[in-house]
Ligand binder design. Structure first.
Ligand SMILES: [Ca+2]
Ligand SMILES: [Ca+2]
Length: 374
């Protein structure tokens, strides 16, 4: 009574175990000629079928751990040993995966858990990867034509990656100001996620204090390139000069760089003041003015006139490098003149003030005081 109860419980378990063994890694058929043997292996990515033509399993297939550089291995490694009827014989291996293989997928031959190289002549189509391995050939891990083929392989999917580029990659920014460039981030192999952006020197040391980048990150959601305007701000404390910088884009273990040559310039300064303003009568009602141009950065000159020597107003705006002007006098009175140079940064201080002392002699140029300075 008790015994039959135990067996009644054990029997289905044993059956289940047998079925499980049959599903996982058992081989069928013989090992000669063009016969095919196949087995399945449970991998982290699902069940993979391994079919051999021209040989038979002696061990495996089993799941193996591999960690090749530059690739993800969603199905891990698949390891098996097979027998071929003749030493030096060739085995055709077909792996059938549970899903269509992603773009860029390659079959890797691993000689250790990290040393894996693409099998260039493997055929990858849909859900299957097919390759041939010759006993004693380069893919046979035992390296000998001994009728036995040792074959750990893995399906490699290139790691998600991205590239970055800047346009322009040179910037000129004035102290206390900012400039912009456009970052283009191109995802590869399905990369998505947030990418942190920082600015540093091209030698990998941190960016000079006072030079900053914004925004500090960019998000990649789709498969297309992402463009982002980057602002490079330069505080007025940053010394003028050239800086070899780079944008560092980081996401997880991935880091990519794009060089940026930054030139920091000092803001323009107002021009030097003109000097030696002199007046000469050109007629009883006109005066020639002449001055010395002391600057090479002026945009022009402003000539100012006053009747009291205190309150001046502009009577003429003149182009750069002008040193003469003829003023027609509105009335026979005393006028005071001064001249200033100017550019975008502002005006110079005024020149000397010169006066015609007109009241002394409206009718006679001989009374003209042509060179009075204050
Ligand atoms: Ca061999
Ligand atoms: Ca000049």
């Amino acid at each position: 009574m008790r015994t039959s109860k135990v067996f009644g419980w054990l029997y289905p378990l044993a059956l289940a175990l047998l079925l499980l063994l049959a599903a996982c890694g058992s081989s069928t058929g013989g090992g000669s000629g063009s016969s095919t043997t196949s087995g399945t292996v449970n991998t982290p990515g699902g069940q993979v079928q391994v079919a051999l033509q021209g040989g038979s399993f002696t061990q495996g297939p089993t799941s193996a751990q591999v960690n090749p550089q530059g690739y993800q291995t969603p199905y891990g490694g698949i390891s098996f040993t097979a027998q071929v009827p003749q030493a030096g014989g060739t085995l055709t291996v077909t792996l059938t995966f549970p899903q269509d293989l992603p773009q860029g997928a390659v079959l890797l031959k691993c000689t250790s858990s990290t040393a894996c190289n693409p099998i260039q002549w493997a055929q990858i189509q849909g859900r299957t990867a097919t390759f041939q391995v010759r006993d004693g050939g380069p893919l046979d891990a035992d390296g000998q034509a001994n009728g036995r083929i040792q074959d750990p392989v893995a399906l490699g999917v290139p790691n998600p990656d991205f590239t970055i580029a800047l346009d322009p990659d040179t910037l000129t920014v004035q102290q206390g100001s900012s400039g912009t460039t456009t970052l283009t981030l191109t995802p590869q192999n399905g990369f998505t996620g947030q990418v942190t952006l920082t600015l540093e020197r091209q030698d990998g040391t941190s960016a000079p204090s006072g030079i900053s980048l914004s925004p500090g990150s960019v998000n990649v959601a789709g498969s297309g390139p992402v463009t982002q305007t980057l602002t490079v701000s330069v505080e007025s404390s940053v010394a003028a000069g050239s800086y070899a910088l780079r944008v560092k884009a980081t996401s997880g273990d991935l880091t990519r760089y794009a060089n940026l040559s930054l030139t920091v310039t000092a803001p323009p300064t107002p021009p030097a003041a003109p000097s030696e303003l002199r007046l000469t009568p050109s007629s009883p009602t006109a005066i020639d003015l002449r001055w010395t141009d002391n600057s090479d950065n002026e945009e022009g000159f402003r000539l100012e006139r006053s009747t009291d020597g205190t309150n001046f107003s502009v009577i003429a705006t003149l182009p750069a490098n002008t040193t003469t002007y003829t003023d027609t006098l509105p009335s026979p009175t005393t006028y005071y003149y001064r001249v200033k140079a100017f550019n975008t940064a502002g005006e110079s201080s005024p020149s000397n003030v010169a006066t015609n002392s007109w009241a002394k002699g409206y009718l006679g140029a001989k009374y003209f005081s042509s060179n009075e300075y204050q």
